[in-house]
Every structure is written in structure tokens, then in C-alpha cells.
Design a protein around this ligand. Structure first.
Ligand code: 3PG
Length: 224
């Protein structure tokens, strides 16, 4: 898969909903219920971070949920790419990017959303063909102001900011012309997941999916 194809696919995913829930799943047994609640609330694109022993089983379980598009996050190595692919992840996300990781994702045909936090990192990825990138860690890197400032010199790159994004600041990002969607963990609070409060999670997802309408998008320039 070429980087351009990967970016086309990840940008299509980012247009499906304004928020991608980023999950650290401790218990694969309730993963399908969790995914179902998020999808029912209007958030079909889901990211399970490979940070817990349960993550790969959670991806397997969530991949069965109708209407969901499940990806693997925190991909750091070629081994992570292989494991994510084997578990049925449809896309991958990384906090950054290395040549080994990009090579592996392209060879495995796993559309990757690679991370950048600076103009130089974003330019390196663009040079390789990635016009859809994750801006991480968003709030710690200057937030919506910093991301918006990248749009002037780098209008051909679209971003999914992640890291410190919440219900309170998501709209600041979503109204930027270079932001297609945001990623965040606020829609899956630990206590609600642990107690299986799927109705509350569905309600949070519904609120997040409505952020769409409150932040009218400006048109992104056509990428090269
Ligand atoms: C992460 O690193 O877990 C994601 O970027 C989500 O960050 P958040 O918990 O600040 O939303």
C-alpha cells in the first residue's frame, strides 16, 4: 500500500465521525459491549491502543461488532503492525513515525495514521506521501492554536489531533480547516467501562458525534 493510499483511507475514516474514541482496554470480555455502545452513539471508528495484555483480544471482539471500524493504536514496531493486522485491525495509529514502522505498515497493507508534533515531523511524513497525520500530543504541543498555525505553510496536510482533547476543547480543533476529526479517551471513562454502564457511554458518544454540527468545517484544499 502506498502512503498516498493509506492517507486516503485514513482521511475517509476521519470523515465518518468527528471523534475517534481512543481506548485502553483492560478486559476483552466487555470489549464488544463497549464497541456496540460507541457505535450506537454515532462513533463507528474505534482505536484500541496496544498498551494492555487484553488489547489484541479486544480488537478481535470489537471487529465483530456491526457498523464498527476498529483500528489499533500505539503501534511502535513492525511486530505491533503484524499483531494488529492478525487481530483484524482495519487501520493503525502511531504516536510518531519511524521508517521501520512506515515500511512495515505499507508492506502489511495496513493504513497507518502516523503522528507528528512539529512542522519538521509533518514535512517528513508529507515528503513520504502521508497527507493525513495525527497531531500528538495535541494539548501539550500547543493545542488548537499550534495546529491551526501549521495550516498556513502546510495546507496540504490534514490532521487528527489527539492527546488532551476533551469535550470542552474538541470544537476548537474541529473548527480548524486542517482538522478532520479528533481522537480522545473522554468518551470511555474508566469507571463507566468497569461498571458496564453502556447507556452512559452511548450518551457520551452521542454528544461527541453531535460535535460535528456545532463546528462547521471549512473545505480542505485538495491534496497533491
Ligand atoms: C493517548 O495517548 O492515549 C491518546 O492520545 C488519548 O489521549 P487522551 O487520554 O488525552 O485523550
Amino acid at each position: 500500500m502506498t502512503p498516498a493510499d493509506a492517507s486516503r483511507q485514513t482521511s475517509d475514516l476521519c470523515r465518518l465521525a468527528p471523534v475517534i474514541p481512543v481506548m485502553v482496554v483492560e478486559d476483552a470480555d466487555n470489549a464488544a459491549d463497549l464497541a456496540a455502545a460507541l457505535v450506537a452513539g454515532g462513533l463507528p471508528v474505534l482505536e484500541v491502543t496496544l498498551r494492555t495484555p487484553a488489547a489484541l483480544d479486544a480488537i478481535r471482539a470489537m471487529a465483530e461488532v456491526e457498523g464498527g471500524v476498529v483500528g489499533a493504536g500505539t503501534l511502535l514496531t513492525p511486530e505491533d503492525v503484524a499483531a494488529a493486522k492478525e487481530a483484524g485491525a482495519l487501520f493503525g495509529v502511531s504516536p510518531g513515525a519511524t521508517d521501520r514502522l512506515l515500511d512495515a505498515a505499507e508492506a502489511a497493507e495496513l493504513p497507518l495514521l502516523p503522528g507528528a508534533a512539529t512542522a519538521t515531523e509533518a514535512m517528513r511524513l508529507l515528503e513520504r506521501g502521508y497527507s493525513m497525520q495525527k497531531f500528538f500530543p495535541a494539548e501539550a504541543s500547543g493545542g488548537a492554536r499550534a495546529l491551526g498555525a501549521l495550516a498556513a505553510p502546510l495546507p496540504q496536510i490534514a490532521f487528527c489531533p489527539t492527546g488532551g482533547v476533551t469535550a470542552a476543547n474538541a470544537r476548537d480543533y474541529l473548527s480548524l480547516k486542517n482538522t478532520l476529526c479528533v481522537g480522545g479517551s473522554w468518551v470511555t471513562p474508566k469507571d463507566m467501562v468497569a461498571s458496564g454502564n453502556w447507556r452512559a457511554i452511548e450518551a457520551l458518544a452521542a454528544e461527541a458525534s453531535a460535535l460535528h454540527g456545532k463546528a462547521p468545517r471549512r473545505k480542505l484544499p485538495t491534496s497533491r
